[in-house]
Design a protein around this ligand. Structure first.
Ligand code: GDP
Length: 295
């Protein structure tokens, strides 16, 4: 993951490291190369501009120009700025205490990895001692209910489903069922579409109103770069999201979605999907990702 951008950043910072003295021109050149690397990584232009301005401003300060190892000092500034772009620190899920039900609504476009992400999250929370229930409310993608049932049986987490197309009725019944049967964490897989679609938004708005979720997690496909950011913004404007799960991070060589999502939407990436298997889920740690990018 992130191989392309990491290689470029390593090349850029290597040129400055070890130099006893660097000039303002050296800094400008390096920042310019960073700018190109970020744009090639498919980072949002506004985000790149802000990043570049702030980095230049700080790097031209006395601290870098007069540092013992100015290259290293410069790299530290870039690292801190990347960490800030990624969201500073890991943000935990909004979980209630175990004796109160927590509801998590998963939303996103078809193919982003929503159904897989729902099961991964259930698996993780079950391992942490919670008692999750999965709810199959993706009534649009033909195989979604069956897929969730298969994943649920693999991890021994029950899946609530009904054989009709009224998503609001299903989630209302699922909430009643969950509460009656002592499931303290209810994870709802909702329907996406291949692209943004008003019917989908209306359905999700109605489902969200019925659930009043503790966490509304947008599932974003890292491979789609900036497009994922635009889709996240639309979901946030229309439905309101509280966090992001970034899937297919294992296949993302560029990093554009990861680097743009937080500063473009204000919503933290809480988890990453790092493979197709059920255990391939990790909390998102900005510092770890920044270290990967800067070698
Ligand atoms: P949905 O339509 O949003 O519910 O998408 P699915 O959960 O069916 O996932 C679509 C495809 O992406 C499937 O083939 C998944 O196995 C795959 N997928 C999901 N998450 C990841 C991930 O983190 N990494 C990789 N490599 N593949 C993933």
């Amino acid at each position: 993951m992130l191989e392309n951008i990491a290689q470029k950043f390593t090349d850029i910072t290597k040129q400055l490291s070890g130099k006893g003295k660097i000039t303002e021109k050296n800094i400008e050149d390096a920042v310019n190369e960073i700018k190109i690397a970020l744009l090639e990584a498919d980072v949002n232009l506004r985000v790149v501009r802000r990043f570049v301005n702030r980095t230049i401003e700080e790097a031209k300060g006395e601290k870098v120009l007069k540092a013992v190892d100015p290259g290293q000092q410069f790299t530290k500034i870039v690292y801190d700025k990347i960490v800030a772009l990624l969201g500073d620190e890991n943000q935990a899920l909004n979980l209630n205490s175990p004796n109160k039900t927590t509801t998590i609504l998963m939303l996103g476009l078809q193919g982003a990895g929503k159904t897989t992400a729902s099961a991964k999250l259930a698996y993780k929370l079950k391992k942490e001692g919670r008692n999750p229930l999965l709810v199959a409310a993706d009534l649009v993608r033909p195989a979604a209910i069956e897929q969730l049932k298969v994943l649920g049986s693999q991890i021994d987490v029950p899946v609530y489903f009904e054989e009709h197309k009224d998503a609001v009725k299903i989630v209302n019944n699922a909430l009643d069922y969950g509460k009656k049967n002592q499931f303290n964490t209810i994870i709802i897989d909702t329907a996406g579409r291949l692209q943004l679609d008003q019917d989908m938004m209306n359905e999700i708005i109605a489902v969200k109103k019925a659930v009043n979720p503790d966490e509304t997690m947008f599932v974003a496909d890292a491979m789609t770069g900036q497009n994922a950011v635009e889709i996240a913004k639309s979901f946030d404007e229309q439905v309101g999201i509280s966090s992001v799960m970034l899937t297919k991070f294992d296949s993302d060589t560029r990093g554009g979605a990861a680097l743009s999502l937080k500063s473009s939407t204000g919503k933290p990436i809480k988890f990453i999907g790092i493979g197709e298997k059920i255990e391939d889920i990790e909390p998102f740690f900005p510092e770890r990702v920044a270290s990967r990018i800067l070698g």
